[in-house]
Design a protein around this ligand. Structure first.
Ligand code: ADP
Ligand code: MG
Length: 594
């Protein structure tokens, strides 16, 4: 039995925060080599104008064709070596970026699996999908670009400036004026667009959310003939996204024309000043060509840098969105050491002064619940729609946490049990049967990979699923489509029940799992269940009195409170709510002769 934990104050465990950059750690070598090779390439690029100047000043001026050929060869060599460096750098950058993205996706997926439904309710599914796909793609291209250009572009801009000063100080003054101005323009535009990109991603979330809702709700939308409304609403969201993207696009599109104009003005100045200096004999024609060359290198590199900054900005915005998911404290964490649960025999489930409110849900969904399911007992839970039945059973596998009070299994608070152990104990059948793509057998084996064919057959028998499984051409190997859309609602429920049975858990939770079954199947199923699960504790949520009538203990819920507790007979006498439900469902004779 679990120990009492009230004596000691359990320190809140410092949750380890994952910085998304730490996923890049495995690629240190690549992150170092890629910029390094890019810098090497840049060095070769910077020597090219000097070689050209030499060819013009010496080779062409003296009509020395051997000199021209020799230095022409040097140029080709420089180009080849530069190309090799560039390819190598690209290889490393791509390796790091793709690997980083893959690890991020993996990490994010694991994080999503670890957070509770409370956090899921809070952030929503569609934004998770955008984060998993488009955000991570942006990070990948941003990383690739940054690795290659972040060092190279400023190096070329600065290097070309220095080189031009070595060619001729007076003419190079033009560079010293134009380049800081260009930098201001490029960075100014960057500062303006940075926050806008985050808004674009948010708008994309909305569009995706709408698409998702339309895909899942397509039958309802068609049935209510609301296609046109949905199309209008989608266009609104989509137009908002487009407008936002156009606005960001327009601002960043300014970068290119503005920088081109500035560079061209600078070129005119340079040619004008240079011509005067050539005339006066201070510099040679070749030097002038070298200067113009450096100027155009700077232009190309600045535009690359602007693009790189835009991509990097987007990547950072996306990175922040991912980081916010990684920063989410999963409320499912365990304070202190996990406590082991008793290993054998049925488990007891105790609710001790349990109150639970949903985030932003207003009134408490459950208020001060107290009851105990003894090992091996069957407990029925009944109550109107919205009375809190699902909320109650969801607290046992810790899909949600209590707001106050305790849910205990064998005397141990579920908050102190590892998720793995907790879920091993529980066979949960949701209100709406959910199947995963695969086959009938793969779905049943979801709870126990090693289940034998006999196990599956027995589970199917108990769940009254054998008949329809055998009618399918492939029996247990019949395919199930994503979400189980190729079986009926009742069949889905029976397969969900069989899946829980295959797991052979100590606690069964059936959340209204029998509602889609006809009375006869419902009865047969409960009879078989009783025979085969006698050593398990069973909680059955139901709307129908007949489903839970024979339970050892019945809990009647009304607006989140327990208004009755006892056997069918006791409740008929003492509980008005129960009597009302019973008399609306059972015939006079049934009410009497029970
Ligand atoms: P039942 O299963 O008895 O029909 P539920 O337990 O599903 O009822 O719901 C109890 C109450 O809690 C309802 O008022 C419902 O609106 C509210 N509720 C259920 N799920 C959520 C949720 N995820 N977020 C906010 N409120 C919820
Ligand atoms: Mg429910």
């Amino acid at each position: 039995m679990g120990k009492c934990r009230h004596g000691g104050f359990v320190m809140q465990q410092e949750q380890k925060r994952m910085n998304i950059l730490s996923y890049l750690k495995g690629y240190k070598k690549e992150c170092f080599l890629s910029p390094l090779f890019k810098l090497l390439e840049a060095c070769f690029d910077l020597t090219v104008p000097l070689v050209m100047a030499a060819i013009i000043n010496k080779g062409i001026a003296r009509h020395d064709s051997e000199y021209i050929l020799r230095y022409g060869g040097v140029l080709i060599l420089l180009a080849l070596v530069g190309l090799t460096c560039s390819i190598t750098a690209q290889y490393f950058a791509a390796k790091a970026a793709v690997g980083f993205a893959a690890k991020l996706r993996h990490g994010l997926f694991a994080k999503i699996e670890s957070i509770s439904f409370r956090e899921m309710d809070e952030i929503g599914t569609s934004t998770m999908i955008t984060r998993m796909t488009s955000d991570i793609n942006q990070i990948q291209s941003g990383t690739n670009m940054v690795l290659r250009l972040l060092l190279r572009s400023p190096f070329i801009v600065f290097g070309a400036m220095v080189m031009s000063f070595t060619v001729d100080v007076k003419a190079a003054v033009v560079f010293a004026i134009v380049i800081p101005l260009l930098a201001i323009v490029v960075f100014g535009i960057m500062l303006i667009t940075m926050p806008l990109y985050r808004k674009v991603q948010e708008k994309l979330d909305h569009v995706l959310g709408r698409v998702r809702q339309n895909l899942t709700g397509v039958r309802v939308i068609r049935a209510f003939h609301k296609e046109q409304d949905e199309i209008t609403r989608f266009s609104d969201e989509n137009n908002a996204l487009t407008r936002m993207q156009l606005m960001v696009g327009r601002i960043s599109a300014l970068t290119n024309p503005v920088t081109y104009v500035m560079i061209n003005v600078a070129l005119v100045l340079l040619l004008w000043k240079g011509a005067v200096r050539i005339d006066s004999g201070h510099i040679l024609q070749g030097d002038m060509v070298a200067l113009v060359n450096y100027m155009s290198q700077i232009l190309v590199e600045l535009i690359k840098m602007a693009n790189c900054i835009v991509l990097a900005t987007k990547a950072v915005a996306c990175g922040k969105r991912l980081q916010s998911v990684f920063d989410m404290d999963s409320s499912l964490k365990i304070e202190g050491e996990a406590e082991p649960l008793q290993q054998d025999g049925a488990a007891a489930v105790t609710f001790d002064h349990v109150t639970m409110s949903y985030q932003g849900g207003g009134d408490a969904a459950l208020e001060n619940l107290n009851f105990e399911a003894k090992p091996g007992q069957t407990i029925g839970i009944i109550g109107g729609t919205g009375s809190g039945k699902s909320t109650l059973v969801n607290l046992i596998p810790r899909f949600y946490d209590v707001t106050s009070g305790e849910v205990l299994i064998d005397g141990v608070n579920v908050k102190d049990v590892s998720q793995h152990e907790l879920h091993n104990k529980i066979g949960y059948v949701p209100q709406k049967g959910v199947l995963l793509s695969g086959t009938i057998a793969s779905n049943l084996r979801y709870g126990d990979e090693n289940a034998t064919m006999d196990d599956l057959k027995l589970a199917a028998d108990i769940a009254q699923a054998t008949d329809f499984i055998m009618k399918k051409p492939d029996g247990f190997d019949s395919p199930i489509s994503e979400g189980g859309t190729n079986v009926s609602g009742g069949q889905k429920q029976r397969l969900s029940i069989a899946r829980a049975l295959t797991k052979k858990p100590e606690i069964f939770i059936f959340d209204d799992s029998f509602s889609a079954l006809d009375f006869k199947t419902d009865a047969a199923l409960r009879k078989a269940l009783k025979e085969h699960t006698s050593n398990a504790t069973v909680l059955i949520v139901a709307q129908r009195i007949s489903t839970i009538m024979n339970a050892e203990q019945i809990i009647v819920l009304d607006e989140g409170k327990i208004v009755g507790k006892g056997t069918h007979q006791e409740l008929l006498k003492n509980c008005q709510t129960y009597y009302e439900i019973a008399s609306s469902q059972l015939s006079k004779e049934e009410l009497q002769d029970e």
